[in-house]
Design a protein around this ligand. Structure first.
Ligand code: IPM
Ligand code: MG
Length: 358
């Protein structure tokens, strides 16, 4: 029996998590493994109801579960609140920190049936299968910040970028281990020609290479990496990088697959894993049964694999998604001429039925 805390959050979050839970029920039926799920308030909705985007009770419940499934948070309604009450800075970042999930795994896989949905040419993206490992609990996101009025007029801001050897080493190890189970190629991304933090990053990652002689390590500057990702993305296998670079490069990598609506993520390293689609709350399409639930469904697959070691069950879910796409079903974000349009819940239902019948 596994205990899962579900944080539906804001915008399309409740719809995509409902779809993913439908698929989880199918996995339970198919495998006999029991999943006990319990929702908790998180994000803008939690602020509206309790005055804080991350209620104590939610945090306690997350820490007391085997895994956490998160939809998305945020929206224009909460954008003007003081920073510490906003869903992103007041809930999502502290949750990551409190769960100590320092390694964020973001795979970008192009399903062959979707190779034409990418804005890049089919021959550039077909067969793409890369993973960005993003450091998630350090760097600019969590460094001290200051804003001061200047006597001569204007404002001065300070953001602090801090990393320790230990913080770099632990996430680099996750990336080496992952590369070892894949095509054994690791690219560490930094800005070592300018930043001291990047020079330490490079030193520490290089220092680990000897412990992973089977993995081929190379270093790449982040600007070049951004270019290489659209020029020839299949040169990569696993990428590892600090928090901010990882945020940017993982959005870019996601678009290679056709839609950010396809991409799951797993945040690991602490006692409890956190699983979330990499897309945001998309308030413009919320409540319309339009959002693509596949990113959240594939996040459940990652949960099965990484938190529960149910590799076969994870494979069933991934295979079911693949089959439904092969059969031509598409949500609006990946719609192409001649395909069969479906809404959020229909897409989830189709995947769930495949899992049950597999
Ligand atoms: C992500 C998001 C978040 C981040 C935002 C919502 C704070 O963009 O998970 O990539 O920057 O980490
Ligand atoms: Mg992001």
């Amino acid at each position: 029996m596994f205990k899962i805390t579900v944080l539906p959050g804001d915008g399309i979050g409740p719809e995509v998590t409902a779809g993913a839970l439908r698929v989880l029920r199918a996995v339970q039926k198919r495998t006999g493994v029991e999943f006990v799920t319990r929702e908790a308030l998180f994000g803008g909705g939690a602020y509206d109801q309790t005055g804080t985007p991350l209620p104590e009770e939610t945090l306690r419940q997350c820490l007391d579960s085997d895994a956490v499934l998160l939809g998305a948070v945020g929206g224009p309604k909460w954008d003007n609140l003081p920073v510490h009450l906003r869903p992103e800075a007041g809930a999502l970042l502290p949750l990551r920190k409190k769960l100590e999930v320092y390694a964020n795994i973001r795979p970008s896989v192009v399903f062959s049936s979707l190779a034409d949905a990418s804005t890049l040419k089919r021959e550039v993206v077909e067969g793409l299968d890369i993973v960005v490992v993003r450091e998630l609990t350090g760097g600019l996101y969590f460094g001290a910040k200051r804003r001061e009025e200047l006597s001569e007029g204007g404002v001065r801001v300070v953001e602090t970028l801090e990393y320790t050897t230990g913080e770099i080493e632990r996430v680099a190890r996750v990336a080496f281990e992952l590369a070892r189970k894949r095509r054994k190629k690791l690219t560490s991304v930094d800005k070592a020609n300018v930043l001291e933090s990047s020079r330490l990053w490079r030193e520490v990652v290089s220092g680990l290479a000897g412990a992973y002689p089977d993995v081929e390590l190379n270093h790449m500057l982040v600007d070049n990496c951004a270019m290489q990702l659209v020029r020839n993305p299949r040169q990569f296998d696993v990428l590892v990088t600090e928090n901010m670079f990882g945020d940017i490069l993982s959005d870019q990598a996601s678009q290679l697959t056709g839609s950010i609506g396809m991409l799951p993520s797993a945040s690991l390293g602490g006692k409890v894993g956190l699983y979330e689609p990499i897309h945001g709350s998309a308030p413009d399409i919320a409540g319309q049964n339009m959002a693509n639930p596949i990113a959240t469904i594939l996040s459940v697959a990652m949960m099965l694999r990484y938190s529960f070691s149910l590799d076969d069950a994870a494979g069933l879910v991934e295979q079911a998604v693949n089959t439904v796409l092969e059969e031509g079903y598409r949500t609006a974000d990946i719609m192409q001429p001649g395909m069969r349009p479906v809404g959020t819940m229909e897409m989830a239902e189709l995947v769930a039925e495949k899992v049950e019948k597999s």
